[in-house]
Write a protein that binds this ligand. Sequence first.
Ligand SMILES: [Zn+2]
Ligand SMILES: [Zn+2]
Length: 247
Amino acid sequence: MPDTTQSPPDSRLEIRIVPVTPLQQNCSLIWDTATKHAAFVDPGGEIDKLMGALDHFGLTLKKIWLTHGHMDHAGAAAELRERTGAPIEGPHKDDQFWLDQIEAAGAKYGIPDGRNVTPDRYLEDGDTLELEGVTFDVAHTPGHTPGHVVIYNAPAKIAFVGDVLFAGSIGRTDFPRGNHQQLIDSITGKLWPLGEDINFVPGHGPISTFGQERQTNPFVADALTGYGGAAKTDASSIDRKLAKRWT
Ligand SMILES: [Zn+2]
Ligand SMILES: [Zn+2]
């Protein structure tokens, strides 16, 4: 009889990334291996692919979580809710103006299947989300969009950061109500304190850790922000090759 009392509370959770839309947005599928109940984080599009992933793993969708209101993250949420009955939680209410223009933005980017959506629940800084008894914490992280949130589970050392932070880059801030300094403050004030060993799934591109980005990210390395009392150096000393800004 195996002793399961040492297992962390997250040990029953499985995570897969399902890239969706021509923007290759990292939709995450999280599920409990015992009950097969699941959550999608940022179902941006390609509903048939998402339904196929549920089917493939034999899962029942219970929650739909959104980090922010951009169409490549939220475009399939409305139809997914209709088909499965799962409630939509997030983002913060300040992103409703983005959720209201998913159809318009989709036409512009050539992603016509997205639909405008209103969540069942808006999220605030410090709120929690729950899947099968496992709690995820919510941080409000404006800058890329005003209502962006990050969803994380510190004991499992995993964070879903949407378009706040990427491996080697940060989110664009040239949209309406975007704000570069606010984004930097969100990253250093809300993400870095969670710990260097947190693995994060960004909205686009490869996964990384907060510690790695604090060393080498050409926008938010400690040597640039002075985080934690780090000595500041000039930006040219940081490798800028990886820098790519995502939608
Ligand atoms: Zn995106
Ligand atoms: Zn975005």
